[in-house]
Design a binder for this molecule. Structure first.
Ligand code: ADP
Ligand code: MG
Length: 366
């Protein structure tokens, strides 16, 4: 007889949030196409993607503002697809703050507690406490219009945190703020994530924001999940040209896979790469080269991918230079590189030796 395996008896915490086979249609338009997503307890997960890719629709399906045409939403293992929004126990922060303009800060923050019928003195304590934590003491009696954008969003976040939801949904909460305020608020949101231990699902179209904040990023493309992974996985191991170009600066070469570890570019370069089991030898492929991996090397440098070019054109674009070079075979290669000293004295018509490591290249499907 088999002995019971005690490991199987251990209580495994359920996923905090799970979308199963979720579809959303607007007329004939498929806004969400078979979304399967698991969010772990305490995780900070960002939904990243271009405008119209379905990020807000995912949030709306989770918070009950939109009903999926198929599939289900589970919170802590419980199917809540048919549970009304207010009974799902979620916190929500919007881009446009969604504060009630005729109410002062105190009443805005107290609003969800009054809806939940908390007694007055408990509300007073809770609001005072969150005002302090959000650096909003002294603002309790102001109306939203008497606050800056950053302060209004602090009120929006305070109103969400005040009843300690275990899941917090944020839809481009910093989208209306200027760059400096956005960076400051990113730090505050990070601190809140650590302090509350809550699970965050955060929508943004800003790749830097997603890289900075997230434990994992879910990249959306036309209503589907393109890729999901840690910021490092997304940046260093993108699965597609879409993912490679959406996160970070990139150079994409088209060509074909000439051998298991050899890429032949259309511009005439034979480049040693790391093969990928799902890309067949002989088939069309793309190659990703991040700008920071392209090195100016000496003519005698011993490396597997070293090429001589003639410089045709150099453009300085902030932290990057855009260089066009011509190979011996005549093919052109345009690439971005980090603007550092290596490239300080690049002269048009001069020779340049460029090199990169096979392990720094990423093969992508064509
Ligand atoms: P994102 O938040 O990534 O910008 P959305 O989730 O808001 O994208 O929208 C995804 C797609 O669904 C868009 O093409 C949008 O126009 C469409 N859409 C969203 N809401 C509606 C609606 N209520 N009626 C019709 N189309 C909608
Ligand atoms: Mg949106």
């Amino acid at each position: 007889m088999e002995k019971a395996n005690t490991n199987n008896d251990m209580v495994v915490p359920p996923d905090r949030l799970r979308l199963k086979d979720v579809m959303v249609r607007y007329g004939s338009f498929l806004a969400l196409d078979n979304i399967n997503l698991v969010i772990r307890p305490g995780e900070f997960l960002s939904l990243l993607g271009p405008s119209g890719s379905g990020k807000s629709t995912i949030l709306n399906v989770i918070n009950g503002a939109a009903q999926p045409d198929a599939g289900s939403v589970l919170i802590d293992g419980r199917d809540v697809t048919d549970v009304p929004a207010r009974d799902r126990g979620l916190g929500m922060v919007f881009q446009n703050y969604a504060l009630l303009p005729h109410m002062n800060v105190f009443d805005n923050i107290a609003f969800p507690l009054r809806v939940r019928k908390w007694p007055a003195d408990r509300i007073r304590h809770a609001v005072a406490d969150i005002l302090r934590r959000m650096g909003l003491e002294g603002f309790a009696h102001r109306k939203p219009r008497e606050l800056s954008g950053g302060q209004q969003q602090r009120v929006g976040i305070a109103r969400c945190l005040v009843y300690s939801p275990s899941i917090i949904l944020m839809d481009e909460p910093l989208g209306a703020l200027d760059k400096n305020m956005r960076e400051q608020m990113q730090d505050e949101i990070k601190t809140l994530h650590h302090a509350t231990g809550a699970t965050f699902l955060y929508v943004t179209h800003d790749q830097e924001e997603a890289l900075n904040l997230s434990d994992r990023i879910c990249l959306m493309n036309r209503g589907r999940i393109e890729q999901i992974g840690s910021p490092q996985e997304m940046y260093f191991r993108p699965v597609s040209e879409f993912a490679a170009t959406f996160l970070g600066e990139s150079n994409i070469l088209s060509g074909c896979l000439a051998g298991k570890d050899l890429f032949q570019s259309d511009c005439g370069l034979s480049i040693h790469v790391e093969g990928r089991p799902d890309i067949a030898v002989g088939g069309a492929a793309r190659l990703l080269l991040r700008p920071e991996h392209i090195m100016c090397v000496t003519p005698s440098a011993d490396m597997p991918n070293r090429f001589v070019f003639i410089v045709e054109n150099v453009n300085f674009v902030g932290g990057f230079i855009r260089v066009t070079v011509r190979g011996r075979g005549g093919g052109r290669l345009q690439f971005k590189a980090r603007a550092h000293n290596d490239y300080a004295n690049l002269q048009v018509d001069s020779e340049i030796h460029l090199g990169w490591l096979p392990s720094d290249t990423v093969l992508l499907p064509a």
